[in-house]
Design a protein around this ligand. Structure first.
Ligand SMILES: *Cc1c(COP(=O)(O)O)cnc(C)c1O
Length: 340
């Protein structure tokens, strides 16, 4: 059996999820007539205490639409230098919104209110106007690290004091919330827009949600249309999202427990110099004496898949299709590396 830990996007829909998908009532969502899409959008908006939501094909689209809403040509976005919105969205901030980026450094991928405050551009002819701060929770490149509400509230205050919008790339927000036990509504209250991925830990085949005010989501719907993201009988896909919000949130804790065990296993290998603190379902290991390519090749020979995540880093992500059997199998297979 192949153990695929490259990402939590590799999961296949469960039997229960497929049943929900096949039996979904559908209509033409571009006409606003798909009852299942409408139900998913309403359910998510209500959960986060936000006015409205928009179902999109991907998290890249929901993030990029949010950035489009909160910027104009010659304005600037503040984010961490390892943010998904900057690193992994094809240069979309520039290509889709003609905006500039201010990249901040920070521990485990996180930035602070003080750093943000110091990075807001002055009202000066030389500088692009700062209009948006974008945070990521959990932070992928920080090893699945978590922002708490106590860290976000001072950031919200800086944004309010300076007239900035605040967006959350919450691709894995539920992974954070099941650990902190903070409520989605308390998070909804802090942000202008939130993007949530249904196709990561929540196990859907497709889909992300953008949450925000009714006015912002109305504009977002038009941006989505112009980018070709208006889908027709999308309720078959949205049904998976409803199912996942009901059934797949609490079980994320299991993925976290397995990730912690996996982190301990990796930390015992002689060529692993460091494992990032395992906060959720992402495990990042730093290697010495052996390159990521060599380690990954040796893992692949044992039917284990992971990804390179930097010059000396590899990443493993636990998910719905990685159970206790997989974990045990993983432990046995990596035993051979103890004499490496
Ligand atoms: C996966 C991911 C996204 C969105 O990715 P898509 O593949 O476009 O759905 C956004 N942000 C983070 C942190 C992610 O991990």
């Amino acid at each position: 059996m192949i153990i695929d830990l490259r990402s939590d996007t590799v999961t296949k829909p469960t039997a229960g999820m497929k049943e929900a998908m096949f039996s979904a009532p559908v209509g033409d969502d571009v006409f606003g007539e798909d009852p299942t899409v409408n139900a998913l959008e309403e359910k998510a908006a209500k959960l986060f205490g936000m006015q409205a939501a928009l179902y999109c094909p991907s998290g890249t689209m929901t993030n990029q639409i949010a950035i489009r809403l909160h910027t104009r040509i010659q304005t600037e976005v503040i984010c961490h230098k390892y943010s998904h919105v900057y690193l992994y969205e094809g240069g979309g901030i520039m290509a889709n919104s003609l905006a500039s980026v201010k990249l901040l450094d920070g521990n485990l991928g996180k930035i602070t209110a003080d750093q943000i405050k110091a990075s807001i551009n002055p009202d000066d002819v030389h500088a692009p106007e700062t209009t948006l701060v974008s945070l990521e929770n959990t932070m992928n490149k920080g090893g699945g690290s978590i922002y708490t509400l106590d860290e976000v509230k001072p950031i919200r205050k800086v944004c309010d004091d300076h007239g900035l919008k605040l967006h959350l790339d919450g691709a894995r927000l539920f992974n954070a919330l099941v650990e902190t036990e903070e409520s989605p509504a308390d998070w909804g209250a802090q942000f202008d827009t939130i993007s949530i991925c249904l196709s990561k830990g929540l196990g859907c085949p497709v889909g992300s949600l953008l949450l925000g005010s009714s006015a912002d989501i109305k504009r977002a719907r038009k941006v989505r249309k112009s980018w070709g993201g208006g889908m027709r009988q999308a309720g078959f896909l949205a049904a998976a999202g409803i199912y996942a919000l009901d059934i797949h949130v609490n079980r994320l804790k299991e993925d976290h427990a397995r990730a912690r065990t996996l982190g301990v296993m990796l930390s015992k290998l002689p060529f692993v110099s460091e494992v990032f603190p395992v906060a959720t379902n992402i495990v990042i290991a730093r290697l010495d004496r052996i390159s990521p390519e060599e380690f990954l090749k040796n893992l692949a020979a044992r039917e284990i898949k992971a990804v390179k995540f930097g010059p000396d880093l590899v990443r493993f992500v636990t998910h719905l299709d990685f159970g206790d059997d997989g974990l045990e199998d993983f432990g046995e297979k990596i035993n051979v590396f103890h004499n490496y």
